[in-house]
Design a protein around this ligand. Structure first.
Ligand SMILES: C[S@@+](CC[C@H](N)C(=O)[O-])C[C@H]1O[C@@H](n2cnc3c(N)ncnc32)[C@H](O)[C@@H]1O
Length: 209
């Protein structure tokens, strides 16, 4: 990673993702989380205020040291213990079936090998464990998709490898999850190409390990 990715991008993301308009979405995606939770792409901890009381512990997985530092006040104020427990969603340092639930918000766009990351989330979830997701990806409308394909190379360069055209539901299904609920919509106030969101819950198979 260069200086831009290490020193500048995490500050930009901390500001742009800390948007009051996104708070209802963060509250929705966190609703129903319980027990030991792994959050991949923890960033600067913007979901922390929305963890429900039923969450007992959060294992934060985040490669950026600066993002973790920017999360400090939110982590200190958290109602549940939050520890930085890993650096890379593609290789989770946890036992099989060790977590009750998982959380990922606006992160599957950026992880280089997203299939590997989802395989890891599935592995560390207990059978039937839930992955709560809120991700942007391929838009439902072809005219928006055309813009996404045009903009994606620039987006990847400027936003740390962020893709615009990943098909979130398909990726989850291919990783062995059952998507039990999904809401696909355009984020209010965002360009449609950048804000085609999928919010929902995907369940790990019974007996997955
Ligand atoms: C757009 S930010 C979203 C941060 C946070 N989830 C939020 O909702 O504000 C994407 C995050 O994914 C992280 N990330 C990038 N590659 C990753 C990887 N291989 N494993 C886990 N997280 C990764 C980035 O460092 C960044 O914090």
């Amino acid at each position: 990673m260069g200086r831009y990715e290490q020193q500048i991008l995490p500050r930009i993301l901390n500001k742009t993702c800390d948007d009051r308009q996104l708070e209802p979405l963060r509250r929705r995606v966190c609703a129903g989380l319980a027990g030991d939770v792994v959050e991949i792409g923890f960033g600067s901890g913007l979901n922390v205020p929305f963890y429900p009381a039923a969450v007992t512990r959060v294992a934060a997985v985040e490669p950026s040291d600066l993002s973790w530092r920017l999360a400090r006040d939110r982590v200190s104020a958290a109602r549940v213990p939050v520890q930085r427990a890993g650096l890379d969603g593609q290789r989770l340092p946890f036992e099989d079936g060790s977590h009750d639930a998982a959380l990922s918000t606006w992160t599957l766009c950026t992880i280089p090998d997203v299939a590997a990351a989802l395989g890891e989330v599935r592995r560390v979830l207990k059978p039937g464990g839930e992955l709560h997701f809120l991700e942007h990806g391929l838009a439902p409308d072809e005219n928006v998709r055309r813009w996404q394909r045009r903009l994606e190379p620039l987006q990847r360069r400027l936003v740390g490898g962020c893709h615009l055209t990943r098909q979130i539901a398909d990726l989850l299904t291919a990783a062995g999850f059952t998507v039990t609920g999904i809401d696909v919509f355009y984020e209010t106030g965002a360009l449609k190409a950048l804000g085609a969101d999928s919010l929902g819950v995907a369940v790990a198979p019974p007996g997955a390990g």
